[in-house]
Ligand binder design. Sequence first.
Ligand code: UD1
Length: 378
Amino acid sequence: MSSISLSVHSTKYLIVAGARPNFMKIAPICRAFSSWQDSHPGAEVLLVHTGQHYSRNMSNDFFRDLGIPEPGINLEVGSGSHADQTARIMMAFEPVCLEHRPDWVIVVGDVNSTVACALTAKKLGIRVAHVEAGLRSRDMSMPEEINRLCTDAISDLLFTTDTIAVENLRNEGVVGEKIHFVGNTMIDTLCVQIDRARKLPLPDGLEPGQYAVLTLHRPANVDSPKQLARILSAINNIAERIPVVFPVHPRTAPRLDGMELHPQIRVVPPMSYLPFLSLVARAKMVLTDSGGIQEETTVLGVPCLTMRPNTERPITCEIGTNVLVGTDPQRIAKEAASVLDGRSRVGTIPEKWDGLAADRIVDVLLHQPSQGSSVECV
Ligand code: UD1
């Protein structure tokens, strides 16, 4: 990353980002490294974008909104099947590791880029730090659950967002020294950006508290036309009472062809970070199958109905505003009616979701003992 390059005798950190939900998680880590520059002039940081997401509105717009420096390297891997995409990331990332010889590779979240780069680095003897470790849905049909388990199993440092994640790792036998409960870097970004977001005008015709927001992109919900139609029948029902803004993920867009949508459902292209946060912050409720949105709504105090059978983020249901409603249309419509009738749950904000997670992470990283020459010859 051109803007955070420090001294010659350095500890080198390579930060990986690949897909849309990664960008909000790396932004505060990049910023925290910059702010530690004076006290730790030996830290050198390089940002690698795998190119898993590549469309302007899935990638570049987020870098702009979040002030993330240009990645030093873009692997430009693009889309593909799981094996194809994961393999291409690994093949493109290995020479980067060999050339730059980082001391640490920092991966975030649970996307294919996360596991691909963790595995590549670890097999070269490079230490790996996983940010957002320990989340578990216990649902092995989710590609992300496999990515989470594999990444955590080989990481040297596991940074967790909550105490449930700490417990999950302990139960899997991870030694305590590896685990650091630091808070949530996605929420760090929200804390930095929320004032800007709230100043943005809402799209034409929308009034605060008088619209819902919908996101849908999980393969389990959108890849089968029958399942997608079931979920949309519930949304059509909700749209009888309130306008629903639906920024459509590129995975979902082609699958909407021929689906019946209520005229009060406003289908729009994927939105970049600030306009989306602005929309969610003033919504009456959010209906989603995303992971991160469950957390953001909890912090914003906005009711969230998660249309999945399980969640890797149970803390948002235990103390936040999230309700796991599954994918049965009647249940979705019933829970939405409760919110619209003013019976939404009041949540609290999880411990350490205070905007300082990235500082804690960088503090831990900068105080790790050095390992000497880390990259083995292949
Ligand atoms: C990926 C992550 C998922 C995350 C989601 C957020 C994995 C296994 N999945 O799923 O955890 O919640 O990102 O968006 O890593 N496409 C574009 N432009 C892009 C990227 C994708 O048009 O910039 C289209 C392509 O047709 C592609 C499809 O979207 O085939 C799906 O993209 P992919 O990265 O495979 O998975 P996501 O569903 O985005």
